[in-house]
Design a protein. Structure first.
Length: 295
């Protein structure tokens, strides 16, 4: 049995130690000091990335990809390959889920990040009078814990159009605690089923002990949505899938694989989720068309 905490530890070393090696081309702005990161904890950073193909909006309303947990080049590559006309914010806080949970437990930090992003875009003449219109929240591995905290604030929840999770949704195995930790993800999944939100999830078959693995949390959502998995044996950049679940704008796909390499493949395949999310947002729906600009 492979324990996910061992894999995350290995991945975290890779994330914070490998120098930039991506293929994305664009402009980066370091926000690490602005957000007071990396103080007493090594390896933390935050960064904005504007792809070289980016077309600034005339009205100032832009799409933000808010990503948690990966090397900067890895997140940049996923946005770049997907070709979304969006600004990327990437934050890396540590090896495990607890740094993300602890950081975003302070509700004002998320709002401060959004303010820092818009101020930077204005100051650097990237967008004139920038206002966030849509937020695509993405997370790999341990980053899910930050999203869990962010979703607890009603105004933040309302402002998020989509969530993409790449092999990274865990929770406590004790049923009462599990229900509390999963409640906002379940709410988002239900809203996605009703086409009010978009939620895309991929997961490996990695087993865990002492807490719910990504297969178990996926089954939790599927069961409470009243949905079912269907046989799906497609092969893509992530790997070989064995099942999927589609209901409304909730899409979940389970993959074979129990190694660190299988885990990493979900990060490098996130552009598939972003591409699908972008297409769904472009197709429009009443909720997105009438949702006010949040910043």
């Amino acid at each position: 049995m492979i324990k996910i905490n061992q894999i995350i530890f290995v991945i975290s070393i890779i994330i914070v130690s490998i120098s930039a090696q991506g293929n994305a081309v664009g402009t980066c702005f370091d926000l690490t000091n602005s957000l007071q990161l990396n103080q007493g904890v090594s390896g933390q950073f935050a960064q904005l990335f504007i792809p070289d193909y980016y077309a600034p909006p005339i009205d100032g309303k832009f799409t933000l990809v808010f990503h948690l947990h990966s090397a900067s080049w890895a997140a940049e590559d996923q946005v770049y390959v997907a070709g979304v006309n969006a600004i990327l914010f990437n934050i890396q806080l540590g090896a495990f889920s607890s740094p993300y949970q602890n950081y975003f437990r302070s509700q004002g930090r998320y709002s401060a990040i959004l303010d820092t992003i818009t101020n930077t875009l204005q100051k650097q003449n990237i967008i004139n009078a920038p206002r966030i219109e849509q937020i695509i929240m993405t997370a790999f591995s341990a980053g899910y814990a930050g999203i869990r905290e962010i979703l607890k604030t009603p105004s933040y929840y309302t402002g998020i159009s989509a969530i993409n999770l790449a092999d990274g949704l865990h929770c406590n195995s004790d049923p009462p605690v599990r229900d509390i930790q999963m409640q906002d993800f379940l709410r988002f999944a239900r809203d996605a089923r009703a086409a009010k939100k978009i939620m895309l999830i991929t997961h490996t078959s990695i087993l865990t002990t002492g807490y719910e693995n990504t297969t178990q949390t996926a089954d939790y959502l599927i069961d409470r949505l009243g949905a079912t998995r269907r046989l799906d044996t497609t092969v893509d950049e992530i790997g070989t899938s064995y099942s999927s679940c589609d209901t409304g704008r909730f899409n979940l796909k389970g993959y074979l694989g129990q190694t660190a390499g299988d885990h990493m493949a979900h990060l490098h395949g996130m552009h598939l989720l972003l591409s699908e999310t972008n297409a769904l947002l472009d197709s429009g729906n009443p909720e997105n068309n009438t949702k006010p600009v949040i910043r």
